[in-house]
Design a protein. Structure first.
Length: 116
């Protein structure tokens, strides 16, 4: 049984930084790609960033490119999202996902609020 747990959200001022963490268990962590998604109030869930099994390839939504960095530590079964230069439009619930074939295993989400 796959379990995904996010942490690290909170309230931050525009221009600030946050680091989200995600722990995944239940499968061999290093065998699967991981991703971050977000959902703002009244909007659909959208892709933010993903990373392949080894961490050698990463992908970003245009809206976060150059500001966010996804990384993983396969020894700790963890994936991270470093978010810099945060904007009010980054406010959302952020979800971590483990990608197993065509199946996405989701965590419960962590709230990120960017406001002065």
């Amino acid at each position: 049984q796959v379990q995904v747990v996010e942490s690290g959200g909170g309230l931050v001022q525009p221009g600030g930084s946050l680091r989200l963490s995600c722990a995944a268990s239940g499968r061999t962590f290093s065998s699967y790609a991981m991703g971050w998604f977000r959902q703002a109030p009244g909007k659909e869930r959208e892709f933010v960033a993903s990373i392949n099994q080894s961490g050698g390839s990463t992908y970003y939504a245009d809206s976060v490119k150059g500001r966010f960095t996804i990384s993983r530590d396969n020894g700790k079964n963890m994936v991270y999202l470093q978010m810099n230069s945060l904007k009010p439009e980054d406010t959302a619930v952020y979800y971590c996902s483990q990608v197993v074939g065509a199946t996405y295993y989701w965590g419960q989400g962590t709230q990120v609020t960017v406001s002065s």
